[in-house]
Design a binder for this molecule. Structure first.
Ligand SMILES: NC(=O)c1ccc[n+]([C@@H]2O[C@H](COP(=O)([O-])OP(=O)(O)OC[C@H]3O[C@@H](n4cnc5c(N)ncnc54)[C@H](O)[C@@H]3O)[C@@H](O)[C@H]2O)c1
Length: 269
């Protein structure tokens, strides 16, 4: 059930961090037909690397054409922090993910899975559900970019909003996907020790990141912790799991929801 042997697999963002850890586990589990889409070539050998900027629709279209039909598992993992401009964050974290999925999903094999890397940073999606649904309903790339500029206030630095939208997209797209036998889920990590973490420290502050780590499992997550959850959702072990945004946060959200953890300002008062 856990084997990836014989499966056609696509991963975005596998040069470093979570995606690189995922690549290691996939290869351990027998995967051979792995295509990586990234700006940088992965250090581990893969069947195919297609240099792709996941924020560029032309590059995504051409990568999707090269990948072709019959994908079994798509891991949409590439993402950037709000150290970059909000439009770019939205393009890479949300729009590119959605575009690649829409290309590949219609010909994915029944029994397959799409697994997105969202974030606990997207947990507040109910606050913005109406506007997120509006954005997800726009099919033209240029119109979506224009929409983003028109909604600069709600989008703010782009990171939280993009991850909220990935969580909503996971639920929204999971229904048509399962009608053709493909599951769609996401993982929602809390802080993970990857090259991206210093950028989150810069945009969100050390205090917030250290607090989220302390109130969760009490240790920072490793890329391998996340890769294991991705492996589960992409495998036949998760055969009836669909439309789920799986918290992989060491219990951080649970502690918040049950009043066992408080915002740093509340804790201080
Ligand atoms: N590290 C954390 O604390 C954390 C927490 C929650 C969610 N996440 C999410 O996990 C995912 C993986 O991030 P990570 O922490 O492993 O960081 P990372 O920077 O190590 O990995 C990101 C990967 O995406 C690639 N990438 C970046 N921009 C790209 C682009 N425009 N086109 C194609 N590929 C691109 C990078 O080269 C890299 O391989 C991201 O979606 C991130 O938002 C990370």
């Amino acid at each position: 059930m856990l084997s990836y042997a014989g499966k056609k697999i696509v991963i975005t963002g596998a040069y470093s961090g979570i995606g690189a850890a995922l690549l290691t586990l996939l290869r351990d589990l027998g995967a051979e037909d792995i295509t990586v889409l990234d700006l940088k070539a992965p250090e581990q050998p893969v069947a195919r690397f297609i240099e792709t900027d996941m924020g560029n629709p032309v590059a995504i279209d051409s990568a999707a054409a090269a990948i072709g039909e019959g994908v079994d598992v798509l891991f949409n993992n590439a993402g950037i922090a709000a150290t970059r401009p909000a439009e770019q964050v939205m393009r890479v974290n949300l729009m590119g993910l959605k575009r690649l999925t829409e290309h590949l999903l219609p010909t994915m094999n029944s029994g397959g899975a799409v697994v997105n890397t969202a974030s606990t940073a997207g947990n507040q999606w109910p606050d913005n559900l109406t506007v997120i649904m509006e954005l997800l309903g726009i099919s033209s790339w240029d119109e979506a970019v224009a929409w983003i500029h028109d909604h600069a206030e709600v989008i703010a630095d782009g990171y939280f909003f993009s991850k909220q939208a990935v969580q909503v997209y996971t639920m929204l797209a999971s229904r048509p996907a399962i009608r053709r036998g493909v599951r769609m889920n996401s993982i929602c990590p809390s802080p993970v020790d990857t090259p991206l973490l210093p950028e989150f420290r810069q945009t969100m502050s050390d205090a917030i990141i250290d607090w989220a780590i302390a109130e969760g499992a009490g240790r920072v997550a490793t890329a391998d912790d996340m890769a294991r959850a991705l492996i589960f959702l992409g495998s036949d072990l998760a055969s009836y799991v669909n439309g789920v945004n799986l918290l992989v946060d060491g219990g951080f959200t649970a502690a918040m929801a049950t009043g066992q953890a408080q915002l740093p300002t509340q804790a201080a008062s």
